[in-house]
Design a protein around this ligand. Structure first.
Ligand code: RM4
Ligand code: MN
Ligand code: MN
Length: 405
């Protein structure tokens, strides 16, 4: 379908409102959404991992899939890796392989939650020897960062306790702080440590980094290179994520996102699939913060277990693009004006207007100007990449994702 007539109408209307459509398109063209290597392999719930035909089995296959999503969208040029799931012997060769596919390695995610010694936690474990192992693994990841030219060490800990009295909460806090302080000086120059939080699971009485405030306080003690990572799925029902984003941006401590959709717990569903308004609210805070948001890293953290991994990843990237486009066309001058006038619903209406605008022609035009097909989803269905990988890779139970099968 030709989008040109719809685009001309929309662009005309936006220009009339005083919106610089060329600037909006430039912002859309430079958007950057990182996809996760683990989202291309088989993954599941604690009940079952369903094998998906063609799911990536190895890191080279994950890179190929990530490169494919980038070819379709033009805005997913990096892929996050999880260590040891994605560990290789030759990091230089891996970096080259990624480059030859037109992508780069993004955030490095240490994994300190799947080995037997971590039953009582990693950096908060009562046993010093276990804490040392966790620290050593994070230091190894700092070395990997330097070799793959990554500037993000992305930390999430499964640490916590299940029963009151199980361990000393303040002692655990001190252990966590000491471990991160041991790692911090080893961050490659110019890189950042992002600290992720989650309010429960796998621990259910207390989680050592339960919310953004704990992650923020920890980052403050470490220094400027430590920032908070907001995983959209890691909040209690009803939490206003946009508010958290605004606060952290203003304090210069919003490091990045793990984008996904939360329905009731630590969800790994397609970002923007169940609550597009929430995603829009978050992007409004990011856009209106201007330069304060310039270093924020946008990373998808999703595992798709009943649907096509490639299609789910593609839809996820496109949903972020849609939310960003809607935030870019907000009439911020009118918004300030209505806010100053105390016009509660008038101010709200400015945002609702942007949210309800059909931005598909704008996105189609931006893609066309990037030399891409205006409809990446149609391309995905028309071409044979998915069919080819199904044939080549087959259906392999438990392969690739790093998840227990
Ligand atoms: C956690 C968290 C981390 C991710 C693991 C697999 O819930 O979101 O970011 O590395 O899952
Ligand atoms: Mn996450
Ligand atoms: Mn998660």
């Amino acid at each position: 379908m030709n989008h040109r007539a719809d685009y001309a109408r929309l662009a005309g209307r936006l220009e009339q409102q005083g919106i610089d459509v060329a600037a909006v398109k430039n912002s859309l063209k430079s958007q950057h959404i990182e996809t996760p290597s683990w989202g291309y392999g088989n993954s599941g719930t604690r009940f079952k991992t369903f094998a998906w035909p063609g799911a990536a089995r190895t890191l080279p296959e994950k890179l190929a899939d990530a490169a494919y999503i980038h070819r379709l969208t033009g805005i997913a040029p990096t892929v996050a890796i999880h260590i040891p799931w994605d560990k290789v012997d030759d990091w230089a060769a891996l970096t080259q392989q990624a480059e030859s596919l037109g992508i780069r390695i993004g955030a490095v995610n240490p994994n300190v939650f799947q080995d037997d010694q971590y039953r009582l936690g990693s950096v908060c474990n009562p046993a010093g020897s276990v804490r040392e192992e966790a620290i050593a693994h994070m230091l190894e990841c700092c070395t990997i960062m330097a070799q793959v030219d990554s500037d993000i060490l992305s930390l999430w800990f499964a640490d916590g306790t299940n029963y009151v009295g199980q361990d000393d909460i303040r002692a655990r806090k001190h252990r966590l702080e000491a471990a991160l302080a041991a790692v911090y000086p080893h961050l490659p120059p110019g890189s950042r440590m992002l600290i992720e939080y989650k309010f429960f699971e796998p621990a259910f009485y207390q989680t050592d980094l339960a919310d953004w405030g704990m992650a923020y306080a920890t980052a403050l003690k470490l220094g400027q290179q430590a920032q908070v990572l907001v995983d959209m799925g890691h909040h209690a029902q009803g939490t206003n994520i946009a508010h958290i984003v605004a606060f952290l941006l203003d304090e210069g401590r919003l490091g990045g996102f793990h984008l996904n959709a939360r329905r009731y717990a630590d969800d790994d569903l397609i970002v923007g699939s169940n609550n597009p308004l929430e995603l829009f609210e978050v992007f409004v805070e990011l856009v209106s913060a201007g330069d304060l948001a310039k270093d924020v890293a946008y990373m998808i953290d999703q595992c798709h277990y009943i649907e096509s991994k490639l299609e789910a990843m593609l839809v996820s990237v496109l949903n972020c693009q849609t939310a960003y486009a809607k935030a870019l066309i907000v009439d911020y001058a009118a918004l300030r004006d209505r806010q100053q006038a105390g016009d509660v619903l008038g101010a709200n209406r400015v945002l609702v207007d942007a949210f309800e605008t059909d931005v598909r022609p704008l996105l189609a035009e931006a893609r066309a100007e990037m030399g891409l097909d205006p409809d990446p989803l149609a391309v995905f269905h028309a071409d044979d990449y998915q069919r080819r990988v199904m044939e080549e890779r087959g259906t392999v139970s438990g392969a690739g994702g790093g998840f227990p099968s």
